[in-house]
Design a protein around this ligand. Sequence first.
Ligand SMILES: *[C@@H]1O[C@H](CO)[C@@H](O)[C@H](O)[C@H]1NC(C)=O
Ligand SMILES: *[C@@H]1O[C@H](CO)[C@@H](O)[C@H](O)[C@H]1NC(C)=O
Ligand SMILES: *[C@@H]1O[C@H](CO)[C@@H](O)[C@H](O)[C@H]1NC(C)=O
Length: 367
Amino acid sequence: MDYSSRGVRRPVLAVAALLLVGSLVVGTSRAREAQPLPVAAAAVGSRRAPERHGLSLDFYAKTCPAVDQIVANVTAARYRDFPAAGPAVLRLFHHDCFVEGCDASILIAPTANAGPAARAPPKVERDMEENRNLAQEAFDTVELAKAAVESKCPGIVSCADVLALAARDYVQQAGGPYYDVKKGRKDSKVSLAGKVSGSLPRANSTVDELLRVFAGKGLGAADLVALSGAHTVGFAHCVHVLGRIYDYRGTRRPDPLMDARLVKALRMSCPSSGGSARVVVPFDVSTPFRFDAAYYGNLQARLGLLGSDQALFLDARTRPLVQELAGNQTRFFQAFVASVDRMGSIRIKKGKKGEVRKVCSQHLLAV
Ligand SMILES: *[C@@H]1O[C@H](CO)[C@@H](O)[C@H](O)[C@H]1NC(C)=O
Ligand SMILES: *[C@@H]1O[C@H](CO)[C@@H](O)[C@H](O)[C@H]1NC(C)=O
Ligand SMILES: *[C@@H]1O[C@H](CO)[C@@H](O)[C@H](O)[C@H]1NC(C)=O
């Protein structure tokens, strides 16, 4: 299968000017705020992962013992060819888990409209605005990894598990922690656009909204801050920052809480109008390709890209957690691993409640 020849238009990375900004500012501020906070340390990752979901490390020990390695082979090759697929897969995993649980419901392909005479097909999660910008590379990566797994152990491993494994691989490949992934998720039998609204954080979400969305998934403030650390890699489209750099809340001025140098650099990449919809800018302006704690240092230096990132440092409930993780990368890695395990356990489907798809973009019984 050659997914690379589909003619998908790749995003244009606008990094150089921003990197300069990041390296100028971040080093000093991180050193200044590096004191760890014992209170926050106790809060991060202190809750144990629930056991009720029945996921296990050795779920495929008898049926597909090499599954981790099969997926890793594919993701390693993909990472060399398309580094941007890494953060994209991580984001895909997040968007899967937050809508109806980690069940590969996000992977179901939009149904082609069969013309005006046909009844409009039901819309799937991928049709929703919140999911439109998910990178095709990420879907392709999961599909490739799944095909490799199918060739060795047909009909055994769910797409939801393949996605969880691929996300883990990319964290490690970008320099982040390696962690074991529990398996045993089934794939969903439905994917409904109507389930998306209100289930995902938005680029302009307030901390209140973020906490509410996370609480709805059984996740707390510590999970919010730790999982937001995934923005240590990856890119956002300009549309998500235009408000902050040109017209913050109708003031016709930039967000006063964004460093002026970052505003200037972003304006070069993202014109107020007429810019290319393909341009993307890094979440982490200092080390956009490395999975490290720099994201949190950036927030301390007012170099957060999205309003919803920067808000984590402005709110008294999350600020101590940001400070804690900014000052100690080991702590960040521990917190991230604990939280991603909790996220990966949201609303797991077992037994007849789910399916094991052959192709991740299609339900098993779809013809
Ligand atoms: C992974 O790739 C290596 C090198 O190409 C190969 O030798 C090995 O058999 C592969 N492992 C699996 C489980 O596919
Ligand atoms: C956040 O952005 C969405 C569009 O992405 C918009 O509908 C909403 O009104 C915005 N909320 C605020 C508070 O600006
Ligand atoms: C960083 O966090 C780790 C793990 O929580 C801890 O063992 C270590 O002492 C911390 N380092 C510093 C400098 O606080």
